[in-house]
Ligand binder design. Structure first.
Ligand code: NOJ
Length: 509
């Protein structure tokens, strides 16, 4: 199957939409979303104006980390469907002018992957496909505890940056790189338009396995007592110089298919700008910048401006399957989500919408017995895990699953897609209008950006647009610069005043 509508740099002007397949649409009455469900909802995704969907992993997996533990890169997990269904999904998505990005989980596999089962024996050419040591060093797992587990069969320790059921591949072994490139080629040939690369900066490790130094700042010292991962400087188990060579080989292949590579950086210190070293013509196209997601309302404007200055095309992410939803993150005011939508679509960068954010789906607080996420189970109640942002899409009408079926996580929220589609003042319709504005005016895709205390200016080929942002809970006057100019979009009253947490968009020239 040939990739469709190839056009270099298509990713720069695209709007991406993350689908967590378990929670999008159930069609086989098991309370878990599936590929068929995604196919049925493509009309909606197209209606919204989305150019590319990224599917969280749908490959064969024991689902201990809900698909981020892959047991076969060449098969679809039966929870979600089969090969024929993903092929149809790719085809139908392309017919809807929507590209398909798969989740590339290549730092680790499941411990049930045949490669690991073979590696455990220590007797075949797969012996070195994972990281085995006679003695552990001090490296810690991002899911808590040591990053090493003893394997009685092999009488050695293996490394796992995440759960012990997710052993890390050995990226210093050229055979591993070849095998993963073959996986990518297989999916590109099926028509896939790119990969989101799970924790790509953890692929390569220090070849001498030196201990990570301790962190001596307050967060590192105190936090490290409870959660060892933040007690260390991750200088030897992450961000190693060999990584660039790996990314270059990925990019060469991606270029043959005009595919995009989007990196997810693992960084407990939220220093995502570091990822810019991994972005460029011969490496990643994009890397998520999660800094705004960790900012509070008072430092958000500065964080946004700083990211824009440091990274040419920031991948704007306001939430995802690992972090709480936006809802209430920046306060309770109903305009807040709209303000953030304006930034996501009109500031310079590439927007990644997490399914459900377009209706301001709520973050859900679950009781202990409802928690299914492994780190949530481990650290509850101090950390309740990630289920709260993974609850099923609240479609309303013909909902996520049939009424007599119990969804894998509760469906919450009073506001539904169905209701919001009918309401011109809804968040959903604002999303749709902003996406359409972004598409119709090239200034929002390629223009330069200059941040001001009260908003930002976008300029392109003599055209200038001003976007005013009211960061306060009081009404404010529209900036002088827009006096007498008609507002294109905004939460403005009496023509001169921006509502609390409101915004306005004006074309100046
Ligand atoms: C990052 C993914 O986003 C997260 O969901 C997963 O648990 C870890 N990587 C391990 O794959």
């Amino acid at each position: 199957m040939k990739p469709f509508m190839k056009k270099s740099d298509w990713w720069k002007s695209s709007v991406f939409y993350q689908i967590y397949p378990r929670s999008f649409q159930d069609t086989n009455r098991d309370g878990i979303g599936d590929l068929e469900g995604i196919i049925q909802r493509l009309d909606y995704v197209q209606w919204l104006g989305v150019d590319a969907i990224w599917l969280s992993p749908v490959f064969q997996s024991p689902q201990k980390d809900f698909g981020y533990d892959i047991a076969n890169y060449y098969q679809i997990d039966s929870t979600f469907g089969d090969m024929a269904t993903i092929e149809r999904l790719i085809l139908e998505a392309h017919q809807h002018n929507i590209k398909v990005i798969m989740d590339g989980v290549f730092n680790h596999t499941s411990d049930q992957h045949p490669w690991f089962i073979e590696s455990q024996t220590g007797k075949t050419d797969k012996s070195d496909w994972y990281i085995w040591r006679d003695q552990p060093n001090n490296w810690t797992s991002a899911f808590g505890g040591s990053a090493w587990t003893f394997c009685s069969q092999r009488q050695a320790y293996y490394l796992h940056t995440f759960a012990s059921s997710q052993p890390d591949l050995n990226w210093s072994n050229p055979a591993v790189r070849e095998a993963i490139l073959a996986v990518q080629r297989f999916w590109y040939e099926k028509g896939v338009d790119g990969f989101r690369l799970d924790v790509f900066n953890a692929f390569c490790k220090d070849d001498r396995y030196r201990n990570n130094p301790r962190r001596w700042d307050v967060v590192g010292l105190l936090g490290g007592l409870f959660y060892g991962y933040i007690g260390q400087e991750h200088v030897y188990d992450r961000d190693r110089p060999e990584l660039v060579g790996v990314l270059q080989s990925f990019r060469q292949l991606a270029n043959d298919y005009d595919a995009v590579l989007i990196g997810e950086t693992l960084d407990e210190r939220f220093q995502y700008q570091k990822a810019k070293d991994y972005m460029g013509e011969d490496r990643l196209h994009l890397a998520f910048n999660f800094s705004p997601l960790h900012a509070n309302l008072s430092n958000l404007p500065k964080v946004l401006a700083d990211v824009s200055q440091e990274v040419e095309y920031p991948a704007w992410v306001w939430s995802n399957h690992d972090f709480p939803r936006q809802s209430k993150r920046w306060g309770n005011h109903p305009n807040r989500g709209k303000l953030m939508a304006v930034i996501q679509f009109l500031a310079k960068g590439v927007p990644f919408i997490y399914y459900g954010e377009e209706i301001d789906q709520p973050q859900v607080s679950l009781r202990r017995r409802e928690v299914v996420d492994p780190p949530g189970k481990k650290f509850y109640p101090f950390y309740k895990g990630r289920d709260g942002s993974r609850t099923p899409m609240n479609w309303g009408g013909k909902n996520f699953c049939e009424q007599d079926i119990r969804a894998w996580l509760p469906i919450k929220g009073t506001s539904t897609v169905e209701q919001q589609q009918r309401d011109p003042t809804s968040m959903l319709n604002l999303y749709r209008r902003l996406i359409s504005l972004r598409k119709s005016e090239s200034v929002f895709q390629t223009g330069s950006i200059k941040w001001h205390p009260d908003g930002f200016m976008r300029s392109y080929q003599g055209e200038r647009w001003f976007v005013a942002l009211n960061w306060t809970c009081h009404p404010i006057a529209c900036p002088d610069i827009v006096q007498g100019v008609e507002v294109v979009e905004g939460t403005i009253f009496d023509e001169h005043t921006i509502e609390p947490f409101g915004f306005g968009v004006w074309k100046l020239s």
